[in-house]
Each structure stands twice: as C-alpha cells, then as structure tokens.
Design a protein. Structure first.
Length: 179
C-alpha cells in the first residue's frame, strides 16, 4: 500500500469555517504581543501579531513551528505554520507585553493577510530548537511599516521584541529563514 502524505499547507485558519468572516473584518490597529516564556536557555518569550478589529476583539496571526515538516533552509529546523485565529478577544490571557501600533484606514484582515502571503512571509522556517517567532514578528512589523500600512510606535515594538518578559532582560533574536 502506497501512502502519499498530504501537501504541507503553511497557512491555517482556526477554525476553518471562520475564514471568510475573518478576512472581511476591518483592521483598526495592530498589537505586537509577547506571551509566556519559551522553556529554552535564555528564556525568550513567544511573540505574535494581533490585528485589532474592534475595541475588544482581534485576529491572531501567529507563526509557530510545525515540528513535523522539516526545514529546507535551516539545518535541523522545521517549517512554520502561519495560524490565523479569531479568539474574539483583544489578546490571550498569557500576555506579558503589548505594543499597540496604528494602521492606515480601510484595511481589511484579508488585504493584510494577502499582502503577507504575496511577500512570502507564510513560508518561514524555525531553527532546530523551535525558535524564530520573534524574528518573524519583527520582520512583519518592518514589512508592514515600510509599505505604509502600519505606523508608530514601530521602533518601540522592535525594541520590545529584543527583551524577555517580565524581567526585561535582553535576548538576541534567533535565526529564522524564509524559503
């Protein structure tokens, strides 16, 4: 019996039936958010983006290692999944730092997500220890800012990503790679 594994799809909507609803929402701001400390030497935090849709709701855009799809660029790493979820809250309960950034008017979730995908930002690999989310998050802030879609305080977000929370200890960015 021959088995053909499914094709790796790096973009995942959770739950999948909400995809169209999520893509049509207007984005009123973007949060760069750190979460719990990752259990690795150095103690960095997990970082992702939340696209704010209202005062009390956001869509989470989270690049996480697949741990099952081997990397093609970084030795010993794994390809990532860009997980798009609609928790219908500003952010999760495990937040340790939030930097709020403004966006230009009339942007939809779908437009920004399509821009990230057209820029191949969904094709990302993590190192062998599963690190790289801070680099990916910082890269997306830079990309969206340079395109004029996101405005200040971008420099504050970049600086915040270089620290571990709650200690505010400097932690170098882990290497990630786009494929």
């Amino acid at each position: 019996m021959n088995y053909t594994p499914p094709v790796f799809e790096p973009v995942v909507y959770v739950p999948a039936p909400n995809k169209d609803q999520v893509r049509n929402l207007l984005v009123h701001g973007i949060y760069a958010v750190s979460h719990e400390t990752i259990p690795i030497p150095g103690g960095a935090n997990h970082w992702c983006l939340y696209f704010r849709t209202s005062k009390h709701e956001s869509v989470r855009v989270d690049m996480t290692p697949s741990h099952i799809q081997p990397s093609t660029v970084l030795s010993g790493g794994s390809k990532g999944n860009m997980i798009i979820s609609y928790p219908q809250s500003p952010w999760s309960n495990s937040v340790t730092c939030v930097v709020s950034m403004s966006v230009c008017e009339n942007l939809t979730e779908g437009f920004l997500l399509d821009y990230l995908i057209a820029s191949n930002r969904h094709r990302y690999e993590f190192d062998g220890s599963g690190q790289g989310c801070r680099t990916w998050t910082s890269d997306q802030i830079h990309l969206l800012s340079n395109a004029g879609y996101m405005t200040g305080p971008v420099a504050e977000a970049h600086s915040a990503i270089l620290l571990a929370y709650p200690s505010k200890t400097p932690v170098a960015l882990a290497r990630g790679a786009y494929y």
